[in-house]
Design a protein. Sequence first.
Length: 201
Amino acid sequence: MLGSNKIDWLIAGLGNPGPVYEKTRHNIGWMVLDQIAEKFNKEFTHSMYFNSFQMNIHDSNLVVIKPNIFMNNSGEPIKRILDKYDIPTERLLVIHDEINFPIGKVHLRAGGSDGGHNGIGSIIEKLDTIHFLRLRCGIDKDFESGNMVDFVLSEFHSNQTFEVNKMIAKAADAVETLITFGLSKAMQIVNTEKLDESETT
């Protein structure tokens, strides 16, 4: 269960629950959170609406969650936590897959439309705002017209494993970079491909 301490940031990774979806492209947000949990030696606590843990980076308290609900309803548990801890939407970071980027590309942005992403669309609808942060992880666009759903719900190819793992590690570092340096500098570091271990230490 989440505690009653002041929370400065909500970090949400998007995905679908259940083992059948665990390694699919659409669940890259959950994979990034698993990487963060491993890096900081954290374990998820499971509840009806989300799986979560709390942590601290540079004196900022974070709640990290996987909405325990299907992608197109992601906004509901996120709104619950924002309301409970009075977290401004500008301190919400959502990590999700992006078909318009190649595998390996990680991009941090503030605001914008849902771009056809049902999870982001749900969050915008529930929060009634576009003003939250997104960390987009490229999954490529290697599908024919009309086959997007099948593509995002399929697993990465075995020959993509190295690039996918590298992207997951980069995205996990991007979260730490954001909390450490703030949005403006983090966007400069992450979006210009200058992200490496030296930037976050």
